[in-house]
Structures are given as C-alpha cells and as structure tokens.
Design a protein around this ligand. Sequence first.
Ligand code: KG4
Ligand code: ZN
Length: 349
Amino acid sequence: VLVLRVLGIESSCDETACAVVALEGDDPRALRIVSDVVHTQLDVHADYGGVVPELASRAHIQHIQPLMQAALRNADMRADELDAVAVTRGPGLIGALIVGVSAAQGLAHAIGKPLLPIHHMEGHLMSPFLMARDESQVAAMEFPFVALLVSGGHTLLVHARAFGDYRLLGQTRDDAVGEAFDKGARLLGLGYPGGPAVAALAEGGDVAAVKFPRVLLDKTRFDFSFSGLKTALRTHVLKHEAQMLEETYRRDVAASYQEAIVDTLAIKAVSACRHVGATRLMIAGGVGANARLREKLDVACREAGIVLYRPPIRLCTDNGAMIGAAGAVRLARGLFDQHAPVNPIPRWP
Ligand code: KG4
Ligand code: ZN
C-alpha cells in the first residue's frame, strides 16, 4: 500500500507549527506523526494581555522557515520526498495566515507537489486520530462523532458524520470560552493567558460558593453564551471588594466561575451527543487542557455511555500535525482541487 507523507503548516494564530504526517491507504485511523515542531509566541504577547496580530505575523515570519526545515530534518527527509504540502487557509488572523500560506506555496511550487489548503477546524477534528496507541485508553477513534472545540477563538459543537462531512450543532453567540477564561482572569487580577491562571487559583476553592448563571438557552440547539457570566463576575467582584482581598475567598470565586463554564460545556456536549445519537465525543482546543472540564466530561460521558477522546495537550492546542493529517486524507481521497486559488480566508464559517 502506498504511504503518503505530507508536511502540515499551521500559522493561524500565535503558534508557528510544522509537522510531517504519514498515511498508509486513506483511512484516518492509519495516520501517524513522523515529526512535529511548534514555536509558541506566548511570551511575545503576554505583556499585552492578548494576541497582537502584527507581532504574531512578525514572529511567524522569523520562525516559519527554520521550523519547516526542522520538521523535515526530524523526519529524516528531503523536501522533494514529500507527497504534498498542507497549510491552514483559515480561519485566523490574516497577516498570520499569509505567512504560512506563502511559505507553503513556495515549497509546494519548488518541489512540484500539490498544495492542500485546510480549514483550521477540520485540522482540530483530526487530533484524536493522531493519538499514539498508548495515549488512548480507549478504542481507536472512528467516524461518526461529536466534537467540542474550545479555544481562545472558538467554541463549537460539531457533528462529524464522516471525513469532510461536518454539521455545526452550536457555537458561541458572543465570547469564545477561552475569552471567558481570559476576561475572567483579568477581573480576578490574574495574568494572560487566563485559563491556566483561573484554573490554578480555583484549585481547592469551593465550586458552590457563588451561584453564577449557567446559560443553557434552548435544549435542542447547542449554542453557547458567556458574556452574561462575565458580567456576573464583574458585578460580584465590585460588590465584594473587601472580601476579594482574601485569598480563600478569591479561590472560591474562581472555582465557582470556572465551574459555571465547564458545567455548561459538559452538559451541552453530552446532550448534543444524545441529540444526534453519537456514542463518541472528542474535545480539542486550548481550553481542553482544563482539568476540571476533563473531570466533568469523564463523569458525564461514563453515565451517558459515551466514549470520550481527550488528545494530549500538545495535540489539543494548535499544531502542524493536525493540518498535515487533514491534508493527507484529502490527498489520499482526491478531495482537493489542484487549480483552485489558495488565498487565506480569515473568516471562514
Ligand atoms: O487553542 P489555543 O491554545 O489557542 C487558540 O485560541 O487558538 O487556546 C488558548 C485558550 C486561551 O483562551 C487560554 O486561556 C485557554 O485556551 N486555556 C485554558 C487552559 N489552558 C489554556 N482555559 C482553561 N483552562 C486551562 N487549563
Ligand atoms: Zn486552533
């Protein structure tokens, strides 16, 4: 059987990432990571409390070529041994996307191989297929499944019926869940990124100390809304200024706030699975690193008879392997148009 090897390039936000992925045949379950390198820009943006697009573009420019070379070197390959180059076409920051797409175009042209433009979220959907055997405590991932994709920019529930056949079940109507963590962190006087800071403060806090709202909206639609929760936290912090100086009280508030977020995510994800009759649920995106969310989903899925796929953190956050993976399957199945233009698409539904 033919083995395809694809270089995946990701530069949509604040991670520059390249990886070589191999695929024997055309079944996603046969995907394998050959090499995988990431440069994260966290320290570039930390002082600004969020990703600064112009700084992101510059950092991508500095790191993209060395990372492409490192991915090939670690795979012990020459560029012309690749079968294709896959790159995130969007959604993302326009300047950041342009860097990855331009680099990918240049390489694909130089080696005379196809360039595969990939939707960033399709990449995330591939992450459970990239888990090594010993990482997944459960049976290998298979379609169909429901995906909960939660990051600083996205909050989506997707029904992945087959490769390339995705139905959006719900998304956020306002803030992304990562933003809810980041903005909450700011209100609690914590640094950026907010998710890990809130999670650390919440450790040992009383999750029932403050009753924050759970906005569940309609039971058969799976949209999210986090702006009301953020406002509730702001109101609470202002009302209890004196108490907020006590460490134990701050812990309780952080724990209660985190609980309101992860409760909503877990309840919606499981009811979405029930709604479409899915028996597999995967989680990806930076917020997937949240330990309390993982715990809640574990329990909720066990009760509902759903198998939960939680890729390790390095596969949950932005990486090149997931883009290479989507590209390899598209290449193997002929699901791409060699002659289509590959302009970046910053807002891509
Ligand atoms: O996927 P990601 O690394 O980047 C993109 O947004 O694309 O996600 C970053 C987001 C940030 O909002 C960060 O605060 C959040 O993920 N995050 C967490 C945790 N670790 C990162 N949120 C909650 N708990 C965590 N442990
Ligand atoms: Zn992402």
